[in-house]
Design a protein around this ligand. Sequence first.
Ligand SMILES: [Zn+2]
Length: 78
Amino acid sequence: MGQEHKINCEKCGQQQSYGNHKYHLTKNHRYGMMLCDICVAANHDGFRPEDEEWLHLMCLKYNREPPEQDELGFFPFE
Ligand SMILES: [Zn+2]
């Protein structure tokens, strides 16, 4: 029997299953954070300008380069 873990999404804070054939989070390899399926679907084309502060916190936490904003103010997802 597999073990089911609960992990909080690092964007919305929702607790999701991770393990026992239910993987509702994925690791974002650019930033190193765990994101739930909903946040991945909502942000896969880029993080919004209002996510800047949160993204910078994630970069500090996981020791990543802060991302460049594009001309519309969006940040790269991957
Ligand atoms: Zn989420």
